[in-house]
Design a protein around this ligand. Sequence first.
Ligand SMILES: N[C@@H](CCC(=O)N[C@@H](CS)C(=O)NCC(=O)O)C(=O)O
Length: 262
Amino acid sequence: MSEQKNYHLECTGAALGTVKQHTESEDITLFGSCFCPFVQRVWVALESPDEVDPYKKPADLLEVSPKGLVPGLKLHKYTPPRALNESTVILEYLEEALVRLQCDHVSRSIVPSFYRYLQAQEESAQIEHGKEFRAAIEGLVALLERAEREIVQGGGAAGVGEQKALGLGLGLWLEDGDLNLTDAVVAPWLFRATNVLKHYRGFEMPNGNKFDAWISRLFAHPAFKATCSTEELYLDSYERYAQNRPNTSQVANAINSGKPLP
Ligand SMILES: N[C@@H](CCC(=O)N[C@@H](CS)C(=O)NCC(=O)O)C(=O)O
């Protein structure tokens, strides 16, 4: 009888190349095994796993995955570190984390810089805040591009269904995506950038094939379109901000006093 084969504990082929490129991350450990399809699911969305033998159930695996199954995830940024198991739960966590990251950027950077730019009266301040607003949009694009790289193209190992599930974290950024939270959270300001900021500050949106296509999908989306008024309404309504009239709003006051937005 020929010798029985055993499972492998080291990647081969393209996966080995990917593992070798892996730079040690200090904030997340993915416990995995090179042969495991459940691990591969998570791997396409994340970095290379730390190889463990799930049949031997080492203590560090049991600590994060009570049944001793891979994948298991350890998030070191929490004290004590948090653990997660079950491939679909891990994927949902990652997708949510991506969308949260994007939404956080919109709230912290895009929205405040929109108002700083619009309310700025001095030409030098308008130039400065215009650059800041543009950089904030580019920052969101960078987050979307990174997510796309990590998720959709990540090793090309995911099945179509998994890619679609993870693509939820990218919304309309993907050609066949659906409107997601990030899209809804940022669209009103991007839209006003094309009319209000254009009119009062001469702002021109950044360009790029993917960016332009995303903006077109976003503005043409029926749910968004159905909420837009005519341009005149926006130009009239925002003149107060553009002239930085006293007590325009709580948002305007917060911007003027350097406080967080209400
Ligand atoms: N439902 C789990 C399944 C994970 C799973 O079964 N992993 C296998 C490797 S492919 C494992 O760890 N097996 C160890 C064992 O059977 O003791 C998930 O989606 O994460």
